[in-house]
Structures are given as structure tokens and as C-alpha cells.
Ligand binder design. Structure first.
Ligand code: SF4
Length: 444
């Protein structure tokens, strides 16, 4: 009865039990109802995540009769009564009640055939799941992730990459509604957000919102005016400066602020702590200004780009002379903080390709969606601590599509220990069922 005691442990949840049923990770030979009638599961049914029985459209043979209908699962038989199903009409057509442990003194279960699975589920599967839940590594499956075949990894990464693109596209779609479908404006917001990541993304969106793209476009050919608008609106032109450049910007901004009735952000929006100089908000704002200086209609030009070098060319950032020698106003730098190709790729991955993908979907021009995915597969893998973590456990990334997938996996699944919803977790549990439930039926 070793397993019965485990039913009290928090890791054995209804979610895990439903997963075991859905993917039939239990020994089916000699399965019987409590009354002793043989049971064959032909189809475990469709998982219902809403109110009502857990599975619908199941096909189960009980004795000589083939039943089609709903299946309800519980960890214990008594849960049927605790949940009040005996009075609920939605449960009237349940054809099978599946329990981990039968805990009632009689075998009468409201007239519905009942099967108990606790002795049919490999202990190893439960132990593996427990280890996943308790693990404290970079990801819970750190020791076993590399055992999973590359085919499963590749398919899963492809789905995760689309999931991440969709997630980013959803944010941009919301902006699109707010701007009444102004693609140029939302492209500018998306690039600003990516420019501020990881810690100043929201502040950059606020900054971009405070000086609309159409206004920035009017000054696109004057880099000092672009800097004055951006730094002034960022609240970074207050006080007294030693250098001539910020003092000039201050004057310029006062004129532009009055002319366009601009209201700057408060300086506390910006985070400066524990950052490399290349990530300082000032350098990133100057980079945004330099990008806007390359010309107007950025989004239209992005759509026309036919390959990655063309996109890299469009997003190339040439900082002005002041920013090549300073990392903050009045603070000299040695030039190592100036943005390079890695920054351009970051903008492509996090702003340009998601908006291109969304554009394809919204305008029903799937070629743009395909192009965005194709470019993601062609861009080099991102280099960051999260990707290094995956590499250290034997999971490699060969392109940006891979790294985006692994970021999505870590942030959305591993950190939440949502292993039952992950193809890798599902495979690891299935392996423990296939390999370890011995031929002679001994549960190990
Ligand atoms: S979610 Fe998937 S990849 Fe992440 S720890 Fe769980 S099984 Fe591993």
C-alpha cells in the first residue's frame, strides 16, 4: 500500500491524475470495475477544462457493453459526494467514475461503474513527477531534459516560438486599437519598448507615447531636436549642466515644449541601478533618437525589407558625436557602450518581427507572418544568462527562433512548474511509464 499513503501528498493533484488518464499512463491489462467487470479504455475522451465532467466523448467497454459518454475523475471515491455530483444533472450521464483510491466502505458508487487506478500507475511515474515538483535547479527537469529526443524538442520549440510571437503580437494589437490602426505609431512604440528592455521597457513606451511619431517625424532630419524632444520628455534635461551639448538641448526643448504643449515624464520613471553603461537609459534614448533620424515611415520601410541585411541596415544606430564620448550627460565614456549588431538583432527579435507577424495576420497577408518566422530562424541565437542556463543542461539553441522558444519555456512553463502542459514533461512521464512498468506487471 505504499502508493496509498502518497495520495495525501500535495504533488498528487487532480491535474496529474487527469494527465495520467488522458494519456493512459496506467496499466490497462486486467482493469476491472469495483464489481469485477472487465474494463477496456478505447478512447479516454476529450479533456473538458470547464464546468461539468472531466472528460467527454470517451469510449469505454465495460463487460460486453461499449459505452460512449462522460468520465469523471477524483482522487478518492468519496469526492463524488463531497462535490455534490449525486445531485447535479450534468453528471447524470457519466459512464465511468475513475478514482485513484476507493475510500468508501461499500462498492456502491451512486450506480455508476467505478475503477480504482492506484495499483495500475507506476510508482516511478509518481516519483518522477514529485521530483519535478520539488526540484530546485535551473529548471526542474535539469537532469533529464537532454534525454528527450531532438525531434520532440524541435517540435516543441517551434510551438513555443509561435506562442511567444503571439504573446508579443497581442500587446501590439492592443496598441493598434488604441491608435486606430496607426501602424507607424505602434511600430515606434514597439521599438521604443525593445530599446528599454529589460528594465526600462515600460518607461520607454510612456516616453514614445508622450511624443507621437508624427511629431518626431517632423524633426527627423535634425538630430539635436530629436534628442531635445526625447531627453526633455524623459525629464532628463532639468538642472544645470557642465557640457555644452545638454545645455543646448535644454534650450531647444524649452522652445519645443512650449510650441507643442508637451508634458514631460517624471524622472523617477527611469531605473539606472546595476546596469552596464550600454543599458543606461540615456544611451538607449540617444539610440532611439539616432534611429528616428534615419528617416520617416520606418514601418513601411521595414515591410519592404527583403532580407536580414536589409533590416540590419534599416535599424543601424549611429550615435551622435556627444554620445560616442559620454555615457551620461556630463559623464565621459570610452565608447564601448555604443550599440552594435547585437542591439539591432534585439530590436528585430523583440519589436520588428512581432509587428511584421501581426501585420500579416491583421491584413490577411500570410507572407509577412512566414517572413517573420523565417527571419527568426535565420537570426543568430541570443546570448544571455537564461540561454547559458539551458546550454549548461545540454539543451542547445542554434538561432533566435530557438532562443525565443527557450525563453518562453523557462518563463511560462518551468518557472510555474507547469510540466504537465509541457511536451518535455509529458514525454518524461510517459517514458517512466513505458520503461519502468515491468513486463510481469510488477510496479516499481
Ligand atoms: S516545464 Fe518542461 S522543460 Fe520546464 S522543467 Fe518542466 S518538464 Fe522541464
Amino acid at each position: 500500500m505504499a502508493i496509498v499513503s502518497k495520495v495525501n501528498q500535495s504533488f498528487l493533484t487532480e491535474e496529474l491524475f487527469q494527465h495520467i488518464w488522458q494519456f493512459r499512463l496506467f496499466q490497462q491489462a486486467h482493469l476491472t470495475t469495483l464489481e469485477g467487470e472487465p474494463v477496456t479504455v478505447i478512447h479516454s475522451g476529450m479533456h473538458n477544462k470547464h464546468a461539468g465532467p472531466d472528460f467527454s466523448e470517451a469510449r469505454i467497454r465495460i463487460g460486453k457493453t461499449l459505452w460512449a459518454g462522460n468520465v469523471e475523475l477524483h482522487l478518492r471515491t468519496s469526492d463524488w459526494y463531497k462535490h455534490g455530483h449525486q445531485r447535479d444533472l450534468r453528471y447524470g450521464n457519466v459512464v465511468l467514475h475513475v478514482v485513484f483510491e476507493h475510500d468508501l466502505p461499500t462498492i456502491d458508487t451512486d450506480g455508476i461503474p467505478c475503477v480504482e487506478l492506484q495499483h495500475c500507475i507506476p510508482k516511478l511515474l509518481l516519483r518522477r513527477y514529485e521530483r519535478l515538483k520539488l526540484a530546485d535547479a535551473f529548471v526542474p527537469c535539469a537532469k533529464s531534459a537532454s534525454w528527450v529526443s531532438s525531434l520532440i524538442w524541435e517540435n516543441w520549440k517551434e510551438r513555443l516560438m509561435i506562442e511567444r510571437l503571439e504573446q508579443k503580437a497581442a500587446v501590439i494589437k492592443e496598441w493598434l486599437t488604441q491608435t486606430r490602426c496607426n501602424w507607424e505609431e505602434v511600430c515606434y512604440w514597439a521599438i521604443a519598448q525593445a530599446m528599454g528592455q529589460p528594465v526600462n521597457g515600460d518607461a520607454f513606451v510612456q516616453l514614445a507615447r508622450s511624443v507621437p511619431f508624427v511629431l518626431m517625424s517632423r524633426y527627423a532630419y535634425n538630430p539635436a531636436q530629436l534628442d531635445a524632444l526625447l531627453f526633455g520628455q524623459a525629464g532628463m534635461l532639468e538642472g544645470i549642466f557642465t557640457d555644452e551639448y545638454p545645455s543646448q538641448l535644454q534650450q531647444e526643448y524649452r522652445y519645443l515644449q512650449y510650441k507643442h504643449k508637451l508634458k514631460p515624464l517624471l524622472p523617477h520613471y527611469w531605473k539606472w541601478l546595476r546596469m552596464r553603461p550600454a543599458a543606461f537609459p540615456g544611451i538607449r534614448i540617444a539610440s532611439l533618437g539616432a534611429l528616428l533620424h534615419t528617416g520617416t515611415h520606418l514601418f513601411s520601410r521595414i515591410l519592404e525589407a527583403y532580407d536580414i541585411p536589409a533590416l540590419e541596415q534599416l535599424l543601424q544606430i549611429n550615435l551622435g558625436p556627444y554620445w560616442k564620448q559620454h555615457r551620461k550627460f556630463d559623464v565621459p565614456g570610452n565608447g564601448t557602450h555604443t550599440p552594435g549588431l547585437q542591439t539591432v538583432h534585439h530590436l528585430l527579435i523583440n519589436a520588428v518581427l512581432p509587428i511584421m507577424y501581426l501585420y500579416g495576420r491583421e491584413t490577411q497577408l500570410p507572407g509577412f507572418q512566414e517572413k517573420a518566422i523565417y527571419f527568426l530562424n535565420k537570426l543568430p541565437a541570443e546570448q544571455n544568462s537564461l540561454i547559458k542556463g539551458w546550454n549548461s543542461i545540454g539543451v542547445q539553441a542554434s538561432c533566435a527562433a530557438d532562443t525565443q522558444a527557450l525563453i518562453q519555456l523557462k518563463q511560462t512553463y518551468c518557472n510555474e512548474k507547469s510540466c504537465l502542459n509541457c511536451a518535455i514533461g509529458a514525454k518524461l512521464l510517459k517514458e517512466s511509464f513505458i520503461n519502468k512498468f515491468t513486463q510481469n506487471g510488477k510496479n516499481v
